[in-house]
Design a protein around this ligand. Structure first.
Ligand code: NDP
Ligand code: MG
Length: 396
């Protein structure tokens, strides 16, 4: 039976990989809605190809531009505007699955709406889970939604877990999760070498082709920190049950270690279409258009400890998760401001972790009981981060 998919963040790296999987399986999937932000022409081109019922853009002027382009191509799809419309296309009854691939906190509300409407949620937008982990997991459980991790590491862990895993490590003889990290473009660099690195160098990831924000997160190791928090929420474990292993080849996408000495891993090409196709078709498997892995070509796999001195963001994330409550949301917001400032060449690479640490240190303890708590923590952290930035710019 054909399944209807909404792709949030359709113009991005994950969004276009998702559309490529859809393109390969026209009998299986139809596009219900596509959403974009700044890349209007790309969104319209995707709408012309996939003929969704709706596209969603953030503001009226972008929507007008899209309407003109669609009319010129005689495409019938309706153009909607704003966050309310993102929620609508994530929760409409016709939708079977939602690819959550908006970058950052902007994805939280529509992704949560998909969970609350009992959809299959294909979760790439890790920031949404980091910010609101307990609420998000509760929404999944209470509404019988299906949560399929798309982040390659979490997809690998999901595949390496027992099929009937119910959130209890000891029940299933699980000792720990081995979360692999490529180490990013600056692996083996010293702090003094990192002083002058540029945004162009930071986004040039050695193995994966991704959007700018996650590429910078990979360079600071904050991506691994966010992923550690993501794994704790997804698999219901403590931070000390996860070990980060730097594995520069990015062939093993993560592993699960069991008490009988077994370690189960998922291996593959660094191509996001594999976890995307897995999440879309689960529990079946479908062709993702990905080249097969040639182990003779790879020849060797290396593993080293992460360098916490040079890359403090990983530990900042671990501490934020352990402090709980609003801390992960605050960490995420401060990181988003810091990464944007680094990409705009306002702050140095090393100042990214300084900014985040300063905001976390100022943050008062607070429980997280509802979405408003998350949104106000996000807002507070952005204000504090911007104040830090103003002072930094005065000093430099
Ligand atoms: P991109 O920057 O390539 O794409 C981001 C998407 O979000 C685009 O469609 C963009 O629209 C849209 N968007 C940006 N800001 C807003 C906003 N304020 N409101 C609504 N939509 C917005 O990012 P990626 O595809 O690389 O990453 C997407 C998510 O997936 C991130 O959370 C990332 O951490 C996660 N992820 C990505 C991986 C990858 O390989 N790329 C791997 C694992 C996880 P537009 O382009 O039109 O401006
Ligand atoms: Mg990842």
């Amino acid at each position: 039976m054909t399944q209807w998919i909404t792709v949030l963040g359709a113009t991005g790296s994950i969004g276009s990989s998702t559309l490529d999987v859809v393109r390969r399986h026209p009998d299986r999937y139809r596009v219900y809605a596509l959403t974009g932000f700044s890349r209007v022409a790309e969104l319209v081109a995707a709408a012309i190809e996939f003929q969704p019922q709706y596209i969603v853009l953030p503001i009226e002027s972008a929507a007008k531009q899209a309407q003109q382009l669609l009319a010129a191509a005689a495409c019938q799809c309706e153009v909607l505007v704003g966050e309310k419309s993102l929620v609508k296309v994530s929760s409409d009854s016709k939708v079977d699955m939602v690819m959550a691939a908006i970058v950052g906190a902007a994805g939280l509300v529509p992704t949560l709406a998909a969970a609350e409407s009992g959809k299959r949620v294909l979760l790439a937008n890790k920031e949404a889970l980091v910010m609101a982990g307990p609420l998000f997991m509760q929404a999944i459980r209470q509404n019988n939604a299906e949560l399929l991790p798309i982040d390659s590491e979490h997809n690998a862990i999901f595949q390496s877990m027992p099929a009937n895993y119910d959130g209890d490590f000891s029940q299933h003889g699980i000792e720990k999760i081995l979360l692999t990290a490529s180490g990013g473009p600056f692996r083996n660099k010293s702090r003094s070498e990192l002083k002058q690195v540029t945004p162009a160098q930071a986004v040039a990831h050695p193995n994966w082709s991704m959007g700018a924000k996650i590429s910078v997160d990979s360079a600071t190791l904050m991506n691994k920190g966010l992923e550690l928090i993501e794994a704790c929420f997804l698999f219901n474990c403590r931070a000390d049950q996860i070990e980060v292993v730097v594995h520069p080849q990015s062939v093993i996408h993560s592993m699960v270690q069991y008490n009988d000495g077994s370690v189960i891993a998922e291996l593959g090409q660094p191509d996001m279409r594999t976890p995307i196709a897995y999440g879309m078709a689960w529990p079946e498997r479908i062709d993702a258009g990905v080249k097969h892995l040639d182990l003779f070509d790879i020849a060797r796999l290396d593993f080293v400890q992460p360098d916490h001195e040079t890359f403090p963001c990983l530990n900042l994330a671990k501490v934020a998760f352990e402090r709980g409550g609003i801390f992960p949301a605050v960490l995420n917001a401060a990181n988003e401001i810091a990464v944007a400032a680094f990409l705009a060449e306002q702050i140095s690479f090393l100042a990214i972790s300084d900014l985040i640490e300063a905001v976390i240190q100022e943050c008062p303890e607070q429980h997280l009981t509802c979405l408003e708590d998350v949104l106000s923590a996000d807002c507070w952290a952005r204000e504090r981060a911007n104040a830090w930035l103003t002072n930094y710019l005065l000093d430099h």
